[in-house]
Design a protein around this ligand. Sequence first.
Ligand SMILES: N[C@@H](CCC(=O)N[C@@H](CS)C(=O)NCC(=O)O)C(=O)O
Length: 213
Amino acid sequence: MKLYGRTTSFNVQKVLWLLEELKISYTHTELGGRFGGLDSPAFTQFNPMKKVPVLVDKDQAVWESHVILRYLAASYGGEQWYPACPYQRSLHERWMDWSQCVLQPAFMATFWGYYRKPCEKRDMVAVQQALDTCLECIHVLETQLKDTDYLTGNTLSLADIAVGSVLYRLTSQGLTVNLPRRVGLWYERIKLRPGYQHWIMSDFSELKAREAY
Ligand SMILES: N[C@@H](CCC(=O)N[C@@H](CS)C(=O)NCC(=O)O)C(=O)O
């Protein structure tokens, strides 16, 4: 199995975290950003969108980070990671889609508007609006975590991988984000996972004020 994509990419990191949770062996190639290579015919054959991550398993390419997460969980994760019952599965998948459609765009607006911009080019009103949306999302997570250790139960799931991946950069980029109690405890729990420590909590300072990918 091969994974393509620069390790500074937040979407690549989610996949690396899950690969570690599932103890899958793979090879990894840095691609995109300062490594380039996304326009090459060999890569566009894998992903016509010219984006990372891309996973190639048994000579078949899979793109879109959350589709890759589902693919890995369905192929190698068993019932804990990918329940056979469509309703049970939906309990995890709704948080993945919500993260991609609601939380992640707001987080990305803070990251690209604040961290990836030189100070003089920052629109702090827009950054604050995006941050407020992130804080509303965090409030929803606080409610969701009222009875369980993780987002969808007492074991880690794809919901935690998709949503939890956002927290490190959101809280470490220099903006003030106070996590409410239960979200804070959940964050402490996921920070204990070796995959989270290794891939998500990694240095991203090369992206500071870098406006190009
Ligand atoms: N929705 C896609 C987004 C993919 C995406 O935008 N990837 C970025 C990195 S996070 C990319 O490839 N950018 C070009 C580059 O890094 O050169 C996914 O979740 O996989």
